[in-house]
Design a protein around this ligand. Structure first.
Ligand SMILES: [Cu+2]
Length: 741
């Protein structure tokens, strides 16, 4: 090589490294046999490069990422995808199949290329079906060009939830009954337990408003994990060593309460954004959120970092230090009989008083300087204190926030939530931008397991249009008794809290049960982006949208794929129940989508009791229905179908309604103008004893039969599928079994 050429190539190398360094990774998704819980070998797991979690991807701000993802799944035609959670990138690189990026078919690969425009702690996961629950998730660490947070050592801490049951079966079970896992979790609510705890009125109040009660999770997990382990040594550290922990909740449907050795942690970053440091005894971390904390090892002991699942069913531990173990105090079990009113009253008495109200802070846009529109997404800084802003009348109604109380003792927050986060610099939007107000009501129906926004699932209402150059203000109103961690792809939004323009930037925000959160962002990331609940099973059953900029249309291959988005599918699920008693038999079967349902019922009652008649028709009185139902909302549905009763067949129409106190009713009229009223209810007396009541009234004593018909069971059951006990009908008392499937 001539000296000239050598010098030239050296120059090129120097030039390219000083601008951007390309950092390459190869990720291979495979089927894996694992034993994550320590109790069971399973073969449905999916690993990335052989691991659960997947390897940590490390970058420095300003790098170019080049990541190749290989799909080596053996299953028939199972696609793979990877979404880079929290990263600002071109829409084509976001990784959501059929919305942003082509899916990766078996035996195929895809290379993602994007510049790294930010720093902090992030993560990545599959956005295909329920693959995230099966193991496809990992961490991303992006170092700033110059580190501002000094620590002696750091570690990535990935929290996850694990079930020994295939996630595909979990969703089928939840679709049969949203309360499917209450037996497994031991969280079945009953009148006896409520009375024992002196909370019977709470239970009745919840039933009056047709709420089962506070639901903190839907799935019964077999293990909670930190970096794939239930219990592990994270760092061997000496006294005085300052440790930075990058906490990531990669759980599919578990909030965690994170604490460290009964000592306060210094929280320095949230969702990858550095914040004003805040001391906290505990962090409530929702799915997909990340927090960076600093912890200085005080002495020669080994401190437990514990992530307790919010539903109180388990925890994962990792230790920092060395020597004698310092265990974290057990967290209190959540109150299963908490009511909406109760939570609100608690809020009013909290030390923080009004601070705990849903944040309604005015951002005075008129005085703000221009936002920096550079590629590096810097936020303009303004040297002015914004803490004394008046409130704005255009803000939505004030609602109480039902998150666990945030009490403070000195300067240490007991349980850190987004309310206590403060940005390091004020965040200002362009002063001439107009505000686009959107309201999204988050709700669902546990009985049918459908989760929606503004009463619609994504297959009914996919696109949420926005325009470029506007301030998009989204108010999430949670009308359900569950937390929803709401994530927006491709953006950071500020979550309005008492810190005004210093409200923190996040990519995922917890919207607590019956609470409200308002987020804002300036729309300057043209594309289409998922907005969804990061509870995997809520997203899967409908709580998602595609936010599309008005100046964006999917192009090329994506234009075609966009029309075949899997979010537009509304799959059918089935549920069956049979009961066979000596005096009564019933079979029920239904198949349902989000709002459509076909059901069949056959029922036979022994009307001659012990006077056994070999003629089946004389001994047994039989009837049955075939109905199609269209649900209008969580409570009401309309019915058309056919019925067989009194040895005659009729066409029927009617309405179904779920009444206060949890009564399921049908009011039907047949083609001869005869009415029928059905009332059905389940009473859970103790954790194992329940009654099922079915009552039918046919006014006018049709066909010379009883005008009323009922059956009432008293059953024992220790799990969801089987029950056995007594069956009382109009005519007799019998014994029998019940089986659900
Ligand atoms: Cu949700």
């Amino acid at each position: 090589m001539s000296q000239k050429l050598f010098m030239a190539s050296l120059l090129v190398m120097v030039a390219s490294t000083s601008f951007a360094k390309t950092v390459r990774y190869e990720l291979t998704v495979r089927n894996e046999k694992v034993n994550m819980s320590g109790n069971k070998d399973v073969d449905f797991a999916l690993s990335v490069n052989g691991g659960i979690p997947a390897p940590t991807l490390e970058f420095t701000e300003g790098d170019d990422a080049e990541i190749t993802v290989h799909n080596e799944l053996q299953n028939n035609n199972e696609e793979v995808s990877i979404h880079w959670h929290g990263l600002l990138l071109p829409p084509l690189e976001d990784g959501v199949p059929y919305v942003n990026t082509p899916p990766i078919f078996p035996g195929k690969s895809r290379t993602f290329n994007f510049p790294i425009r930010q720093n902090g702690t992030y993560w990545y996961h599959s956005h295909t079906m329920l693959q995230e629950q099966k193991g496809v998730f990992g961490s991303i660490v992006i170092h700033p060009k110059r580190e501002t947070i000094k620590a002696d050592e750091e570690a990535v801490v990935v929290f996850s939830d694990w079930s020994d049951e295939n996630a595909d079966q979990i969703i089928r079970n939840l679709k049969k009954d949203g309360d499917y896992y209450l037996y497994k979790k031991g969280t079945l609510r009953s009148y006896f337990e409520a009375a024992k705890e002196g909370k019977l009125t709470n239970q009745l109040k919840n039933e009056w408003i047709r709420m089962g009660g506070m639901d903190l999770s839907d799935v019964g997990y077999d293990a909670f994990l930190i970096n794939g382990k239930r219990d592990s040594q994270l760092i061997n550290a000496h006294p005085g060593q300052k440790i930075r922990l990058r906490l990531i909740n990669a759980g599919s449907s578990s909030y965690f309460r994170v604490s460290l050795g009964n000592l306060p942690m210094t929280v320095v970053s949230a969702d990858g954004q550095d914040i004003a440091p805040v001391q906290a005894n505990e962090i409530l971390i929702g799915m997909a959120e990340t927090y960076d904390v600093l912890f200085t090892v005080p002495d020669h002991k080994n401190y437990e970092l514990r992530a307790s699942s919010q539903d109180g069913t388990g925890y994962a531990s990792a230790f920092i230090g060395m020597g004698e173990k310092v265990r974290v105090r057990e967290v209190e079990k959540p109150d299963q009989y908490a009511t909406m009113e109760h939570s609100m009253a608690e809020m009013d008495h909290s030390e923080m008083g009004g601070m705990e109200r849903a944040p309604r802070q005015d951002m005075d846009h008129s005085k703000m300087p221009e936002m920096d529109h550079s590629k590096h997404k810097k936020i303009a800084v303004k040297n002015e204190d914004h803490s004394a802003h008046k409130s704005n009348s255009t803000e939505p109604e004030l609602r109480a926030d039902a998150t666990p109380m945030t009490k403070t003792s000195g300067d240490v927050v007991d349980t850190l939530t987004v309310d206590k986060l403060k940005a390091l610099t004020p965040i200002n939007f362009p002063k001439d931008a107009k505000t686009h107000n959107l309201k999204l009501v988050l709700n669902g129906d546990m009985r049918r397991y459908v989760w929606h926004m503004n009463g619609k699932v994504i297959s009914q209402d996919r696109l949420l249009p926005i325009a470029p150059g506007e301030i998009v203000r989204i108010t999430y109103q949670n009308d359900s008794m569950m937390h929803h961690p709401m994530h927006l792809h491709g953006h950071f939004f500020r979550v309005l809290n008492d810190n005004g323009t210093y409200s923190p930037l996040k990519h995922t925000v917890d919207v607590p049960p019956m609470g409200t959160r308002t987020i804002e962002f300036y729309s300057d990331e043209v594309g289409q982006w998922m907005l969804h609940c990061h509870n995997l099973f809520h997203m899967d059953t409908g709580m998602a949208r595609v936010v599309r900029y008005s100046n964006f249309q999917p192009e090329g291959e994506m234009a075609h794929l966009d029309k075949h988005d899997h979010h537009m599918m509304d799959p059918w699920y089935s549920k069956g129940k049979t009961e066979i008693s000596s005096n009564h038999m019933e079979g029920n079967f239904r198949v349902s989508q989000s709002w459509n349902e076909f059901s069949a019922r056959i029922e036979g009652a022994n009307i001659k009791g012990k006077n056994f008649d070999y003629n089946f028709r004389d001994q047994w009185d039989s009837e049955g229905d075939i109905f199609y139902r269209r649900w209008i909302n969580n409570w009401a549905n309309v019915i058309v179908g056919g019925t067989y009763y009194g040895e005659k067949s009729h066409g029927v129409v009617g309405v179904g309604y779920f009444l206060p106190m949890m009564f399921e009713t049908n009011l039907l009229v047949n083609h001869e103008g005869q009415f029928r009223l059905d009332v059905e209810r389940k009473f859970q007396w103790t954790k194992t004893i329940f009654s099922g009541l079915n009552f039918t009234w046919r006014p006018g004593n049709q066909n010379g039969e009883h005008p009323t018909e009922f059956d009432l069971s008293l059953m024992y059951s220790s799990q969801w599928a089987w029950a056995g006990g007594l069956m009382l009908t109009n005519d007799s008392l019998g014994v029998g079994l019940e089986y659900q499937f």
